[in-house]
Design a protein around this ligand. Structure first.
Ligand code: G1P
Length: 277
C-alpha cells in the first residue's frame, strides 16, 4: 500500500503575479479552499497518511496552513464557524506533514529527486497541486492506486486526451492499450510541438513512482527549458516496459492557467451552492 504522497511546491507561480508575489500559488483558493488542500484531500482519500512537500523559503504559509492556529481556533470555538475549520483540523490530526526545501528551481524531475529524503525506499504518489481533479466516484489517485495494486513494479502516469494543438504544454505519451484505458508506454516527450507529438495523450499531474526513479533522475540530463524533466526519467523506465499510462475517469482543471483557475472556481462554487440547497 502506498502511504506517502509528494507535492512539488517550490515554483514561483509567475503566471499569477501580482497575486503570487507573497502568496504561494498553491495557497490560491478555489472559493474558500487553497489549491493544495484539494490535492492533500485527494491523497488522503486515496489512502496516504504522510504528505511530503518540496517547498522553498517563500512557502511558509503552506506549512502554517497544515498546522494549528490557536488564535483563530479559540475565537471560533463554540460558534457556527467551527465547521469551517473542522475538516482541515481532522486532516492535521491524522496526517504527517514533512517538508524539505528545493534550493534551485531545476525542473520537476529535480524537485522529485529533492523529495527522496522524505520518501525513502518505497513507492509513492506525486500530485501537482495545479491540476485539480474531481470525480463522481473514486478520486483519480484512488483509481491509480487500484492499478498499482495489480502492477506494483510499474510507474503510472495519469493521462487525458487533449487537442493536438496543445501538446507543447504537456508531457505526451504513446503506447499500446493493454487493458481498457490502460496503456503500456513506449514513448514519452516533454512538451513536443504538435508535429512531433507521439499522440494527443497528455500527462496530467498525478504519478505513482517506484523508488528506482530516484537513481534514474540522477542520471537524467536537463532537456526542455534547461530543466531535469520527470518525463525524460520515466522514458528510461518506459523503454524497459515499466511505465503505464492511465486514462482516468473524472474532470481535471488546469489551475496553473488563469482560464482553468476561473473554470474550476465556477465549478466548485456551483457545486457548493447546490449542496447548500
Ligand atoms: C508538468 C510536467 C508535464 C505534465 C504537466 C501536467 O509540466 O512536466 O509533463 O504534462 O506537469 O500538469 P508543468 O505544467 O509543470 O510545466
Amino acid at each position: 500500500m502506498i502511504k506517502k504522497c509528494l507535492f512539488p511546491a517550490a515554483g514561483y507561480g509567475t503566471r499569477f503575479l501580482p497575486a503570487t508575489k507573497s502568496i504561494p500559488k498553491e495557497m490560491l483558493p478555489l472559493v474558500t479552499k487553497p489549491l493544495i488542500q484539494y490535492g492533500v484531500e485527494e491523497a488522503i482519500n486515496a489512502g496516504c497518511d504522510t504528505i511530503a512537500m518540496v517547498v522553498s523559503k517563500y512557502k511558509k504559509s503552506i506549512e502554517d496552513h497544515f498546522d494549528n492556529n490557536t488564535d483563530i481556533q479559540s475565537s471560533i470555538n463554540g460558534t457556527s464557524k467551527e465547521n469551517l475549520l473542522n475538516p482541515l483540523n481532522n486532516i492535521i490530526e491524522n496526517t504527517t506533514f514533512s517538508y524539505t526545501r528545493q534550493l534551485e528551481m531545476k525542473g520537476l524531475g529535480h524537485a522529485i529527486l529533492t523529495g527522496q529524503t522524505l520518501i525513502g525506499d518505497e513507492s509513492f504518489a506525486v500530485i501537482l497541486a495545479d491540476d485539480v481533479c474531481h470525480s463522481q466516484n473514486d478520486s483519480v489517485l484512488s483509481q491509480m492506486m487500484s492499478i498499482h495494486e495489480k502492477y506494483p513494479q510499474h510507474c503510472i502516469v495519469a493521462i487525458e486526451e487533449i487537442p493536438l494543438k496543445n501538446t507543447n504544454k504537456y508531457g505526451v505519451i504513446s503506447g499500446e492499450e493493454i487493458e481498457n484505458n490502460l496503456f503500456r508506454v513506449d514513448n514519452m516527450i516533454e512538451k513536443p510541438e504538435p508535429k512531433d507529438a507521439p499522440s494527443n495523450l497528455a500527462i496530467i499531474g498525478r504519478y505513482i513512482l517506484t523508488p528506482d526513479i530516484f537513481e534514474v533522475i540522477k542520471n537524467t540530463s536537463p532537456s526542455k527549458g534547461g530543466e531535469i524533466q520527470i518525463t525524460d526519467a520515466l522514458l528510461t523506465l518506459a523503454k524497459k516496459g515499466k511505465v503505464l499510462a492511465y486514462k482516468f475517469d473524472g474532470k481535471r482543471f488546469d489551475c496553473g492557467s488563469i482560464d482553468g483557475f476561473i473554470e474550476a472556481t465556477n465549478y466548485f462554487y456551483e457545486r457548493e451552492a447546490r449542496d447548500e440547497i
